[in-house]
Design a protein around this ligand. Structure first.
Ligand code: PMP
Length: 403
């Protein structure tokens, strides 16, 4: 039985998988030692759990366990990657490249560098599907470029970037390559060696794990990438991230990433088919919708659409039983149209008219059908009050809907 509200906001965060919660529980209760306590069994048990998780993360990425640093999430991992790597690269050059579609935890870091320091920054544009290809990155490179940051998959429109080709380009020139793979891990194939990645950020809560834990992969050979820590302290995580390890959360991340890697293909196939079902149902009942994002190179659970003549915020309010996101970031009092949709060339109206559906491991066909129905009714009820819609003379497919 369907019990609204329906959760279709899986790019924001995901429901912890019960298997992950079960794996974490003992570390909230009986196994509570400090993993840094080296003199007794309580500490050893905690440390064993942390090292098991480190191996699970490494295995999923094609890395070695000693290349994995636990952080409080992807925001911290992105900050540590960029702010940590740059001091060691300065003698080689003073130029950093990132893309216009990055998450704010990358974009704000590099923009601040460009504004407040003498680092030079180039922001690479994306195409109208939100994709940044190797040609666009190549065009931004200079002899002084020392670091390139390109996200593996976008959190708003789901577009997947050609990480391997970009990594190859960087490695051929001795440039450090960072990728924010927060939305990609467990959803698209990734292998830090084959993809020529030097630094990779991830977060557990986007893959059915707990919030507040993530990791940064830091390459240790061919070449070794050096990182300066963000915090001073007890020297945990090989000196790269001081602070008592969050053992239960780390265990959760390990379990979540192992499951995500093991079940990736099956999950992706199921999600893709549900996502396509949602798109088809919406298109069958709502006129004038456009897809935002790449038609094929896209995360399997992502559907981002603009509904002409409708404001995304108003649309969300009219469909409170379906949890989605709009293409406007409410980081300020005035909702700003998404920087990603703007970078894709969408005008403000189209960006404001967008909704992001994020399907996940626990989404059902029944929920998708319900969501499509709710969307159709909500759009129709808003368009009834739109003079621009009336003037357009357009009709919803299948005739008018009751509101
Ligand atoms: N990068 C991307 C692409 C994201 O989607 C997010 C989460 N919205 C982050 C970074 C930040 O992750 P966290 O919540 O773990 O800090």
């Amino acid at each position: 039985m369907l019990k609204p509200p329906v959760y279709l906001d899986n790019h924001s965060t995901t429901k912890p998988d019960p298997r992950v919660v079960a794996a974490m529980m003992p570390y909230f209760t009986n196994i509570y030692g400090n993993a840094a306590s080296v003199s007794h069994k309580f500490g050893w048990d905690a440390e064993e759990a942390v090292e098991k998780a480190r191996a699970q993360v490494a295995e999923a990425l094609g890395a070695e366990p000693r290349e994995v640093v636990f952080t409080a999430g992807a925001t911290e991992a992105n900050n540590l990657a960029i702010k940590g790597a740059l001091p060691f690269l300065r003698r080689k050059g003073d130029h950093v490249v990132a893309t216009a579609v990055e998450h704010k935890s990358v974009l704000d870091v590099v923009e601040r560098l460009g504004r407040e320091t003498d680092w030079k920054v180039t922001i690479v544009p994306c195409d109208d599907a939100g994709r940044v290809d190797e040609g666009a990155v190549l065009a931004a490179l200079r002899p002084e470029t020392v670091l390139v940051s390109v996200m593996a998959a976008n959190n708003e429109v789901g577009t997947i970037n050609p990480i391997r080709a970009i990594g190859e380009l960087c490695h051929g020139r001795g440039i450090v390559f960072h990728t924010d793979a927060t939305q990609a891990v467990g959803k698209v194939p990734l292998d830090v060696r084959a993809d020529h990645v030097d630094l990779l950020s991830l977060s557990a809560h986007k893959m059915y794990g707990p919030k507040g834990i993530g990791a940064l992969y830091v390459r240790r050979k061919d070449p070794q990438v050096r990182i300066k820590p963000l915090f001073d302290g007890g020297g945990h995580e090989r000196g790269l991230r001081s602070g008592t390890p969050a053992v239960p959360l780390i265990v959760g991340l390990g379990e979540a990433i192992e499951i995500a890697a093991r079940e990736r293909e099956a999950d992706a196939a199921r999600l893709r088919s549900l996502r396509d079902r949602l798109e088809a149902a919406i298109r069958a009942t709502v006129a004038d919708v456009t897809l935002n994002g790449h038609p094929t190179e896209r995360l399997p659970g992502n559907l981002n659409m603009s509904f002409a003549y409708v404001d995304g915020e108003a649309l969300m309010m009219a469909m409170r039983d379906v949890a989605v996101s709009s293409g406007a970031a409410c980081t300020s009092a005035e909702p700003e149209p998404s920087h990603v949709l703007r970078a894709m060339g969408r005008d403000d109206d189209s960006a404001r008219a967008s909704l992001r559906f994020g399907l996940g491991r626990f989404t059902t066909a029944e929920e998708v059908d319900y969501a499509a129905e709710v969307v159709a009714k909500a759009v129709a009820s808003l368009r009834v009050h739109s003079s621009a819609w009336a003037a357009s003379g357009k009709m919803e497919p299948g005739g008018p809907h009751p509101s």
